[in-house]
Design a protein around this ligand. Structure first.
Ligand code: ZN
Length: 485
């Protein structure tokens, strides 16, 4: 028996009563995870497949090595080993400069010499590096929490062309972290506000807008011609799409992802190292990892992760330093800790290995099990509108109102007469709920209550519905005194 420590990442901590580490006695990695699941049974479906093997959407490390390249579940453990569970988050070789081999000859002008003098003073960057930056073309997919700091620093650094893919508009709740935008921009298309801000920061930079969503139909055309892509997305279908298009075009993908207080950064460059699919062959099941809109995110976190992405981009462009290829950097803001894990190329990766079977882009919504947008999935369960619910609550036999959000959201606002049962604890309350004449479940916007309604329907409930649009719709349509968030 060896005594080892299992580090539990943020997205899974709600299943282990907030525990950050567990100590287990076992001889193999597989037995250690089984022991963890014995202590916390609800973790089982997140970590293990039906046959007891590790799920492909979760990567297990022993110390800094991926068990898939050791002996998988049979990897032996020794006293003091540290196991890390690295879930997919809703993200060393010779330095080689990207783009043209030699920077174009046009000399830096007087203004450029002044603007970039602190770069020019660095022998590692110098005039040649600054010209490489001027010649570089970088595409940012997403101008949100990660894209905001990344694009600001790349524009400041003098990257010649910055492409932006973004479909959204600026919302008040974005401003807590998306420092590219101001209060005046609320309601404005992000791509328009971003282009204005970046051009104001550095008029030498050409900002190329790609309004709309990145899709399998347009991704290759959008990415083609860029020297590298920066993944600032917040969902798995787009993350896989960015990875696949970058691998097919042979350009590096500077990856970043965030969740609440934790982030991941890496550089996926299939010409020199692993791709995102080598790390996660499959996405986690839909709804397993909530989005920032559901789970929240510390405002400064994407600032730090985005700046790390910008740093890697500048290094790749100028060809200096050690790129984060084949390494996954993990950051925990609460512990203020950085850790680094070694990433291997998967010799059977469907996309980037010699045995690759995938030669083009696929249907990413289907691949990630999200056939329709989240609203669409929630709509497939019976719903009730805020106005209908108001009328039903006034009757003599009102439905039971169940709030499936988390206690901190309940503290922001909740509906009168409702009962708080967070979505994750619903299975423990099934027998009480079975006594209800009818049930209406609600959350913030209708997604979580939709999946909770689906869960109860699958358990045989027939009298359960989800409040369409959640408490935010109720606030909009019925009771404006309730804050929307
Ligand atoms: Zn791969």
């Amino acid at each position: 028996m060896a005594r080892s420590t299992i580090q539990i990442p943020g997205p899974l901590r709600s299943f282990v009563a907030g525990t950050r580490e567990a100590v287990v006695d076992s001889v193999t990695a597989g037995a250690a995870i089984q022991e963890l699941v014995r202590q916390f049974p609800t973790l089982g479906r997140h970590l293990l497949a039906a046959d007891g093997s590790f799920r492909p959407s979760v990567t297990i490390y022993v110390n800094d090595q991926d068990v898939r390249y050791l002996r998988r579940e049979a990897t032996p453990l020794q006293d003091g080993d540290v196991l890390s569970i690295v879930p997919a988050l809703a993200g060393g070789s010779e330095p080689v400069a990207l783009g043209s081999e030699m920077p174009r000859d046009r000399p830096l002008g007087l203004e450029e010499l002044r603007r970039y003098s602190r770069h020019l003073l660095l022998p590692e960057v110098g005039v040649a590096g600054q010209k490489r930056l001027r010649d570089a073309k970088v595409l940012l997919v997403g101008a949100g929490g990660l894209g905001a700091p990344t694009s600001l620093y790349l524009a400041a650094a003098g990257v010649g062309e910055i492409g932006l893919v973004e479909f959204d508009q600026v919302e008040l709740s974005n401003l807590q972290r998306q420092v590219l935008y101001t209060t005046h921009d609320v309601g404005r298309p992000k791509i328009e506000a971003a282009a204005a801000r970046l051009t104001a920061l550095n008029p030498d930079v050409r900002v190329t807008p790609h309004p709309g969503r990145l899709t399998a139909a347009n991704a290759l055309d959008v990415l083609r011609g860029y020297d590298l892509v920066i993944d600032g997305t917040d969902n798995f279908p787009t993350r896989y799409l960015v990875n696949d298009a970058a691998v097919l075009l042979g350009i590096p993908n500077v990856y970043g992802s965030i969740y609440r207080f934790e982030g991941q950064v890496s550089v996926f460059d299939a010409t020199r190292g692993p791709c995102y699919r080598c790390l996660y062959a499959e996405p986690p099941p839909p709804d397993q990892v909530p989005s920032c809109a559901e789970g929240g995110v510390l405002g400064v976190l994407p600032g730090l992760i985005g700046v790390l992405q910008a740093t890697e981009a500048v290094k790749l462009i100028t060809g200096i330093g050690e790129p984060l290829i084949g390494r996954l950097l993990l950051y925990d803001a609460l512990a203020m800790q950085f850790r680094e894990l070694h990433l291997n190329r998967n010799p059977t990766c469907v996309l980037c290995s010699p045995a690759a079977t995938q030669t083009g882009l696929i249907d990413y919504a289907e691949f990630c099990g999200v056939g329709e947008p989240p609203e669409g999935r929630a709509e497939r369960v019976p719903t009730v509108t805020p106005e209908e619910l108001k009328a039903e609550l006034a009757r003599s036999d009102p439905p039971w109102l169940i709030d499936v959000r988390e206690p901190n959201e309940w503290a922001i606002a909740h509906l009168e007469g409702a009962r708080l049962i967070p979505r994750g604890s619903i299975p423990e309350h099934v027998s009480e709920l079975a006594g209800a004449p009818a049930l209406v479940l609600y959350c913030r916007s209708g997604n979580r209550s939709g999946t909770a309604t689906r869960l109860l329907l699958d358990l045989g409930f027939t009298n359960v519905r989800s409040l369409a649009g959640g408490i935010n719709a109720w606030a909009e349509k019925v009771d404006p005194s309730i804050p929307r968030y």
